[in-house]
Design a protein around this ligand. Structure first.
Ligand SMILES: *[C@@H]1O[C@H](CO)[C@@H](O)[C@H](O)[C@H]1NC(C)=O
Ligand SMILES: *[C@@H]1O[C@H](CO)[C@@H](O)[C@H](O)[C@H]1NC(C)=O
Ligand SMILES: *[C@@H]1O[C@H](CO)[C@@H](O)[C@H](O)[C@H]1NC(C)=O
Length: 345
């Protein structure tokens, strides 16, 4: 691998995104007294204590602005998404997403377009038992890129070998080639790391601690990959890939996710710019309901966030920049390359 591969490592993705919420849906107008009551409830529900009264006032101000943002998202929502108090409600936008700039992954592994066929109307790999439980990356570590990459490998491994596996996110964090760890990183760096280490250990053998530590070399990989590829940034192509190969990782703008409770989220472009992607997740399928097409997204903020840890996002208009960097590992069984798999509808 030449220096052109290393260079993107230097432009780190700072993803201050990664944690977990739950809470109430907003009333349409909130008085000061009501806001104070909601803040008190929030402090109890999310176990908040602040250093001093000044800090508490500052956090109350942030909380108020968050709720106004959630209210704006609710009023301008084009889909059925619902927004409100979440565990991020007292976080500033800088705390939530202090991203610098993302640079594209190396272009050498570009996948070719799939032949155009009629796609199944829906696809949900969870129904095949091919998606592991939703994990929680914790509040202090921007490791969504590692969680999404590992979840991608877990699902592909399950689809091709019918073996459920929880794989080690910590190994990716500790041993990643770029070494960014909890400061945020790249999915392709996670895959490069797994390739260089000839596989990935199980979660049980190398458990998640939420902090970057010294890389350990354990002998027994629990799964391995053949390579990875970036996919064309086109939602039809992405759906075709998911239906015929399995879940993939995508990078998107998490602005609406900060306040998301449930439903099919479809924020205005100006509320969720497709040019500012800052969070990495796993697309595990797609569907449609109430005449709306959506993506099914596995997040890494625990089961308490969103729809039991999942997010449904409008599909078809590059909402929140979901087509920016679709990328997936490749897992094939020796002796059966090109083996077709079918996603449950
Ligand atoms: C609440 O926070 C305090 C201090 O941060 C911690 O000691 C305690 O265990 C937390 N309680 C719960 C239920 O999370
Ligand atoms: C994976 O971890 C989850 C908890 O996160 C657990 O319920 C499940 O049984 C584990 N699966 C395997 C195959 O170890
Ligand atoms: C782990 O293995 C790599 C490559 O095989 C080696 O460079 C590194 O020093 C090893 N680390 C430890 C802690 O043994």
């Amino acid at each position: 691998m030449g220096p052109e591969v290393l260079r993107p490592c230097l432009l780190l993705l700072w993803i201050w995104v990664c944690a977990l919420p739950a809470g109430s849906v907003l009333p349409s107008e909130i008085s000061k007294a009501e806001m104070t009551r909601m803040f008190k409830d929030f402090m109890i529900q999310f176990n908040r204590t602040y250093r001093n009264p000044a800090e508490q006032r500052r956090r109350f101000g942030i909380f108020t602005r968050s709720l106004l943002t959630a209210q704006w998202l609710q009023e301008t929502e084009l889909g059925t998404g619902q927004y409100g108090v979440t565990r991020f409600s007292d976080w500033t936008d800088e705390e939530f997403q202090g991203m610098v700039r993302s640079s594209p992954p190396p272009t050498m592994h570009q996948a070719s377009r799939l032949p155009r066929k009629k796609l199944p109307p829906s696809c949900d790999w969870r129904k095949a038992g091919a998606v592991t439980a939703v994990k929680d990356q914790g509040k202090k570590c921007n490791s969504c890129w590692a969680f999404a990459a590992v979840a991608n490998i877990e699902s592909l491994w399950n689809i091709h070998f019918h073996q459920p596996r929880n794989l080690s996110v910590q190994e990716v964090l500790d041993c990643s080639w770029c070494g960014a760890g909890c400061k945020g990183g790249y999915v392709w760096d996670a895959f490069t790391t797994v390739l260089q280490r000839s596989g990935l250990t199980s979660e049980d053998a190398y458990p998640y601690t939420g902090r970057q530590k010294t890389c350990r070399n354990l002998s027994e990989p629990a799964a391995y990959i053949q390579g990875f590829q970036t996919l064309p940034g086109d939602e039809e192509e992405i759906a075709a890939h998911i239906a015929t190969k399995g879940p993939i990782t995508v990078t998107l703008n998490s602005a609406a996710m900060k306040h998301y409770k449930k439903g099919i989220s479809q924020p205005l472009v100006k509320s969720c710019s497709p040019d500012h992607v800052d969070h990495v997740v796993l697309l595990v399928g797609y569907g449609h309901a109430e005449k709306r097409r959506y993506w099914i997204i596995k997040n890494s903020w625990g089961e308490g966030w969103g729809e039991k840890g999942y997010y449904r996002l409008y599909r078809g208009r590059n909402t929140c920049g979901i087509t920016m960097f679709p990328i997936t590992a490749t897992v094939t069984r020796v002796g059966s390359p090109g083996h077709e798999v079918h996603c449950p509808t």
